[in-house]
Write a protein that binds this ligand. Structure first.
Ligand code: UD1
Ligand code: CA
Length: 451
């Protein structure tokens, strides 16, 4: 049985923020949510989050089945924080303690740590740091861990120790029940230190087995916005690396941001400054131009997105061309070989195979058949001020420039709309529809003169 405790009660004073620290984000997701993801990957039998500062806000944002919140009303130390959940922990469980502000901890590391827990041993995650300042130091005698001493309580010699406490540990529930009530706050900070259980383990002949973290970033806690930015870059470099290893070309791996999951087919090329949010999948040979922002979208093989395009919750087929400067809003679906040009906005729109919407157009709540051509400046007037209405455009329809299609309206196959028309009623197949005042040419016109 595995129970996970996530400490998330701290204020995070150095973030200088009205928002509790653990809700600040890395790759668009709250620090503590990254930690919760790891807990899920470990298939924990229970996840208990200790909240304090901004408790209401944290709970509201994180609430989901399987997560229990325990409030620590006063932050009297990490040991005190774990004491709050003690009544809810099972003696026979392995209890893994994580920090809500250490977002990049790796599941594999935690798996290694958990294996160290038994009736006679506990696991402690440590790391060697060239600069151990600020951390609790791991004190060993004849190689065995005997205590953790906090920086503020350390002697001059102990300050020289470079093996530090990451804060992550795994302990039998029964041991926590035995040791936590015995913690005292007689130390430099007047806090109940969780780390003091290590010396208790030692005096109860429970072996403290250490596991070394794979990297410093993995165990780095975020205290301020500089560290947040550092971790973000570290994380993004890792994602860029993985994308390239999987076969994508990134024109500059330092200038891509992935806030979610991006999957790429073979031979995709991504130009600089692109942002991918949520779940984005690119087929084979997809090209994304500079400064594009894609969110929860799938893109078919050989499709090209030109620079400065924003796409949300849309599905693009194969061999499409989109942008530059296009905006595809939720529910845009492009069939094969569709083309969306510059300054075009689509929303809840199906664009049929080979259809073109090349310039300066709004297509919303619309269905376009195959090989439709929409001229520059044409728009669907889908909203009457209260309700939305649909525009249906059949195969091969040609819509002249600067046309207003007042929905609901249906244009049958092969319709041609004269430029500048305002269309309020439906057409029959292959009709030419002209809906504008007739041109008059007046000879000898005199322009007004100034009085
Ligand atoms: C702690 C460790 C230190 C270790 C370091 C690693 C102790 C006594 N010290 O020190 O050995 O090197 O982490 O980063 O454990 N928290 C609560 N309630 C509290 C106090 C803290 O929930 O009353 C939470 C914080 O929100 C944070 C975590 O516990 O997520 C760590 O607290 P923090 O104050 O940062 O501990 P450190 O002093 O850095
Ligand atoms: Ca800390």
């Amino acid at each position: 049985m595995l129970e996970i405790v996530i400490l998330a009660a701290g204020k995070g004073t150095r973030m200088c923020s009205a928002k509790p620290k653990v809700l600040h984000t890395l790759a668009g997701k709250a620090f503590v949510s990254h930690v919760i993801d790891r807990a899920h990957e470990l298939e924990a039998d229970g996840i208990k989050v200790v909240i304090g500062h901004g408790a209401e806000q944290v709970e509201k944002q994180l609430a989901e089945p399987g997560i229990e919140f325990v409030e620590q009303t006063e932050q009297l130390g990490t040991g005190h924080a774990v004491q709050q959940v003690l009544p809810r922990l099972h003696a026979e469980a392995t209890v893994l303690i994580l920090y809500g502000d250490v977002p990049l901890i790796k599941t594999n590391t935690l798996k290694r740590l958990i294996t160290k827990v038994s009736e006679t041993s506990m696991g402690l995650l440590t790391i060697e740091l060239a600069n151990p300042a600020g951390y609790g130091r791991i004190v060993r005698e004849d190689g065995e861990v005997t205590a953790i001493v906090e920086q503020k309580d350390a002697t001059k010699e102990q300050m020289q120790i470079t093996e530090i406490n990451t804060g992550v540990m795994a302990v039998k529930g029964a041991h926590l029940q035995q040791w936590l009530p015995a913690l005292s706050n007689e130390n430099a900070q007047g806090e109940y230190y969780l780390t003091d259980i290590v010396a208790m383990a030692r005096s109860n002949d429970v072996l403290v087995e250490t596991v070394q973290a794979a990297s410093e970033s993995e165990v780095m806690g975020v205290n301020n916005r500089v560290q947040q930015a550092e971790l973000e870059r570290f994380y993004q470099r890792g994602i860029a690396h993985d994308l390239m290893i999987a076969g994508a070309t990134l024109l500059d791996p330092a200038r891509i941001d992935c806030r979610g999951v991006l999957t790429t087919g073979s031979d995709c090329v991504i130009d600089v400054n692109c942002i991918f949010e949520g779940e984005v999948s690119l087929g084979d040979n997809v090209h994304i131009g500079a400064n594009c922002h894609l969110k929860d979208t799938s893109i078919g093989d050989n499709t090209q997105i030109f620079s400065n395009t924003y796409i949300e919750e849309s599905q693009l087929g194969e061999d499409c061309l989109v942008g530059p400067f296009a905006r595809l809003r939720p529910g845009s679906v492009l069939a094969q070989k569709a083309k969306i040009g510059n300054f075009v906005e689509t929303k809840k729109a199906y664009i049929g195979k080979g259809s073109k919407v090349n310039h300066l157009t709004y297509v919303g709540d619309a269905e376009l058949g195959e090989n439709v051509n929409i001229g520059a400046g044409a728009i669907t007037c889908n909203y009457d001020g209260a309700n939305k209405h649909k525009t249906i455009i059949g195969d091969g329809v040609f819509i002249g420039s600067n046309t207003a299609l007042v929905a609901p309206v249906t244009l049958a196959k092969g319709t041609t709309i004269a430029a500048g028309s305002t269309i309020t009623s439906s057409s029959q197949e292959n009709q030419l529809v002209v809906a504008r005042t007739k041109q008059r040419n007046i000879d000898g016109w005199r322009r007004p003169v100034k009085k």
